[in-house]
Write a protein that binds this ligand. Structure first.
Ligand code: ADP
Ligand code: MG
Length: 388
């Protein structure tokens, strides 16, 4: 059954470089590549000082770039018709709108960090589905960031990756107005093959968690419901505000430091807090289960996480609930919605020989419900952002 192809890095590098040259009449100086991601578990925990466990997808965004002598920034993309053009010095929150906000925001935020070039041409191509909860936005930001850093003559050390991380988060939250918590950019810049990345947003620490699914005959299948979410439409921000209120009422600086939710009289805030606190626990438990190779336990934790997001955090939707329940009925060990919610994708832990059966069952359930067909891809952990 059809799967969204991640493509090979060398083919996609050649494709974006060729398109750049066609548009601009000269080859690019660098091509930055950054992956999309799927979060295994730990949803809406990043901005609450909690834990999450994303992995870098093999699907990635490629940004071909070259410096200009003048101060013009020109951004085009294979997926969007109208290029954006402006002056680097004029970049500011509210001054760029439309799809190019994310890419332009990185140039703006990096200039603030002293990583800068006078002017710049950028062309973007990608195999990360857009708006599917697989973080195409952070893939754009991080691909542009590594390209700009290379043009500015900077080596991609770990220290520089942290500078790029901060700039990409600012691009998304301050320029694009999507108040996301930093998980997406962190895994795009620090993910690794054969691993998931455990992020602790209170300690500010990260650790690679080896993930050898194929050796156990298992796959991670992503179901993109194609119900598009928009993280800038307010629902995501509403959840953030509720969590901040809950933390304030519990007298903690971030919700993840609370020891319980019983002190919250408001039942909605109590449910929000219960999701965050139980989800943090599940992240630890999934890490332990992955380390022990106890995949049925991972499946049980996925199921609990999905129910918590559906009932306590209220960020699921009918299409995601159907994808999750149908996948499990068709032989998956577990499934859960992944990403910010309100649409987007589900991640399914499934024996390799059941992948096609799960796809068929979910397709049939969507037809039955009168919904459009989902898309599918395999989440095999790949490398972090780099110049390619
Ligand atoms: P996602 O879950 O995919 O991150 P977002 O709504 O956060 O969804 O980000 C989608 C936005 O990111 C797009 O509207 C566009 O502005 C930008 N973007 C994503 N992919 C591309 C691309 N291939 N080319 C240009 N911009 C892109
Ligand atoms: Mg995004």
């Amino acid at each position: 059954m059809a799967l969204v192809d991640p493509g090979s890095t060398s083919d996609l590098r050649a494709r974006v470089a060729h398109a750049f040259e066609q548009r601009l009449g000269r080859p690019p100086t660098v091509v930055g590549r950054a992956p999309g991601r799927v979060n295994l578990i730990g949803e809406h925990t990043d901005y609450n000082g909690g834990l999450c466990l994303p992995l870098a997808l093999p699907h990635a965004t490629y940004a071909a770039a070259a410096s200009r002598d003048d101060e013009v920034l020109r951004i085009s993309a294979a997926a969007f018709d109208t290029p954006w053009e402006g002056r680097v010095a004029d970049l500011a929150a509210g001054k760029v709108d439309g799809w190019a906000t994310y890419a332009a925001g990185v140039v703006w935020a990096l200039a603030d960090e002293g990583v800068t070039v006078p002017g710049l041409d950028v062309h973007i191509d990608s195999t990360v589905p857009v708006g599917a909860g697989l973080s195409s936005s952070a893939a754009v930001e991080c691909a542009v960031a590594v390209a700009v850093a290379a043009l500015a003559g900077r080596d991609l050390t770990d220290d520089l990756r942290h500078v790029l991380l901060a700039a990409c988060i600012r691009a998304e939250s301050e320029m694009a107005g999507a108040p996301t918590g930093g998980m997406d950019q962190a895994v795009a810049l620090f993910g690794a093959p054969d691993s998931a990345l455990l992020l602790d947003f209170d300690a500010g620490s990260q650790a690679q968690v080896p993930l050898h699914l194929a050796g156990s005959g298992l796959a991670l299948l992503v179901v993109d419901t194609r119900v598009s979410h928009a993280l800038t439409d307010g629902s995501y921000g509403d959840r953030r505000a509720e969590c901040d209120r809950a933390a304030a009422l519990l007298g903690v600086p971030v919700l993840s430091r609370a020891t319980g939710w019983e002190g919250l009289a408001d039942p909605v805030l109590a449910r929000r807090a219960r999701h965050v606190l139980t989800e943090n626990r599940r992240v630890r438990d999934v890490v332990d289960a992955c380390t022990a190779g106890d995949w049925p336990a991972v499946g049980v934790l996925f199921a609990a996480s999905h129910l918590s997001m559906r009932d306590d955090f209220e960020i699921s939707c009918a299409e995601l609930d159907t994808a999750v329940s149908t996948a499990v009925e068709a032989g998956a060990l577990g499934a859960r919605m992944t990403g910010g919610g309100f649409g987007g994708s589900a991640v399914v832990l499934v024996p390799e020989e059941r992948v096609a059966a799960v796809q068929r069952a979910v397709d049939a359930a969507f037809v039955q419900a009168g919904w459009g067909a989902p898309a599918y891809l395999l989440a095999v952990p790949g490398p972090a952002a780099a110049v390619v």
